[in-house]
Design a binder for this molecule. Structure first.
Ligand code: ADP
Ligand code: MG
Length: 456
């Protein structure tokens, strides 16, 4: 049976089982795409329909297909109108949104006791000039727990490998000696744990749990800024652990000196150990990462294509992986490995997906238009009051909407220091909560930003 016949059979049965309106809503524009050794792929016109097909009708569809074609083991659902076998078309590429392919870790990989994810190891961590210091510090710690570099503080922009490095260090310590107690906590979780235990009056238990550790790893510590209760308890725990030569590792998106509303006593504690950064990877490292990731995924693709991806995605390793995943997903749908020309098209489409289309430029232009000032005024070094506020708003929106690092935002706005950007960000964030006018202005500006790119 061809895919077409198979899907037609499903449609016929579903049409009988459902009301006319229901059938049209959920099955119009669907098709069966690929049939790769027992795995089928069903394409839905949008994410909403995909969810319904998968969750509400998934079982029924599976049964119908199994009756006709017993070798089918699995049905996957994707969004996108692809026509298998035909050459890629720009329209397909833009619409094509693959499911995440094991990009993020699944919960099953997380160890209950340590909260570490086994996926992260040093074997899968590529070392280059951008991260070698941080890497060396991590390795040194595994060999001399609590005796060198305590605390170790690693900072760097989003998607550059902080979490990976922290977890790899924790995993190596846990694996090399079973009597070492390790715990990994994202700092958001630290905060909720502390708040919960204060509420339930179990804070002593929580503290005791931390004090038994040989290695405490806290990820994204910048988010405890301004949270007095969390900082108090963390400070006390930190001191006790530190006093007992127990190892602490922290990560942050910026150095301790640039975390506002971090109490001085904590700041100086962090600065008392080793501070090291992770920078965006250079070309060679990016290429090595892509090679490693495609090998891990058993995906064979020519070096030219990898080189092309590595030279076009520069700032963020998560995005590098995202681009590769998209190419892998596409090759599964078409049952073939895209050649260099096709990779170029796919990447162009990836770089143009809506969330990326909110470019810095678009945000700056929307802010300037909204306040009736020119783009160059917004970016230039003028200190006029009617310019300063829009500029702060621009900084805030650049951070919120693109997740760019503070130094990067500073450079987009006439080479301003990251501390200026942080100050603006914090200020507007506070105003957004308390000041109705600002709140409304932000909503209106965002409407502009997103309207423009939908019309592109
Ligand atoms: P951060 O915590 O800095 O935001 P992550 O550690 O989550 O970044 O890294 C983002 C993705 O990039 C992860 O999937 C991670 O495995 C991968 N990654 C980061 N750095 C490296 C590296 N040096 N080698 C291999 N993979 C890396
Ligand atoms: Mg992280």
């Amino acid at each position: 049976m061809t895919n077409e016949e198979l899907w037609k059979a499903v449609l016929t049965e579903m049409e009988l089982a459902l009301s006319r309106a229901n059938f049209t809503t959920w099955f119009k524009g669907t098709s069966l795409l690929a049939n790769n050794s027992g795995a089928l792929m069903v394409s839905a016109p949008n994410g909403f329909v995909k969810e319904w097909l998968e969750n509400k009708f998934g079982k029924q569809i599976f049964q119908i297909i199994r009756n006709l074609s017993p070798e089918v083991r699995e049905i996957k659902y994707i969004v996108g109108n692809l026509r298998p076998g035909l050459p890629f078309q720009k329209k397909d590429l833009v619409q094509f949104v693959p499911d995440k392919i094991s990009e993020e870790c699944s919960d099953a990989d997380i160890d209950k006791a340590t909260n570490l994810n086994k996926r992260y190891s040093f074997n899968s961590f590529v070392v280059g000039p951008s991260n070698e210091l941080a890497y060396a510090a991590g390795i040194a710690i595994t060999k001399n727990l609590g005796k060198v570099y305590n605390p170790l503080f690693i900072y760097g922009g989003v998607g550059l490998g902080k979490t990976h490095l922290l977890q790899a260090t924790g995993n190596l310590v846990a694996a090399s000696s079973s009597n070492k107690k390790v715990l990994y906590i994202p700092s958001e979780r630290l905060t909720t744990d502390i708040i919960e235990s204060l509420k339930n009056r179990t804070i002593e238990d929580l503290k005791q749990r931390y004090l038994k550790l040989d290695l405490l790893i806290i990820d994204d510590i910048q988010s405890i800024a301004g949270k007095k209760g969390t900082q108090d308890i963390f400070f006390a725990t930190f001191n006790e652990l530190y006093g007992k030569n127990k190892q602490i590792i922290l990560s942050s998106d910026r150095p301790p000196s640039a975390i506002p509303a971090l109490e001085e006593r904590l700041r100086s504690r962090f600065e008392g150990g080793m501070i090291t950064d992770i920078m965006p990877p250079d070309y060679e490292t990016r290429l090595a990462i892509l090679k490693l990731k495609s090998k891990e995924k058993n995906f064979e693709i020519d070096n030219n294509s990898l080189a092309y991806i590595a030279s076009n995605i520069q700032k963020n390793i998560r995005e590098l992986e995202g681009a590769l995943n998209r190419i892998i997903a596409f090759s599964q749908v078409y049952s073939k490995i895209p050649d260099f020309k096709e990779v170029k098209k796919l990447l162009a489409a990836y770089l143009n997906t809506p969330y990326r289309k909110t470019t810095h430029q678009l945000i700056l232009k929307s802010v300037a238009d909204f306040y009736g000032i020119s783009l160059s005024d917004l970016v230039k070094r003028s200190r006029k009051k009617e310019i300063v506020k829009p500029r702060q708003i621009a900084m805030f929106l650049l951070r919120e909407e693109t997740k760019s690092s503070f130094p990067e935002i500073g450079s987009k706005l006439g080479g301003r220091d990251h501390s200026t950007v942080i100050h603006a960000y914090e200020k507007i964030k506070k105003e957004e909560e308390g000041d109705e006018t600002i709140k409304q202005e932000l909503v209106l500006i965002k409407e502009r930003i997103y309207q423009t790119f939908e019309n592109v």
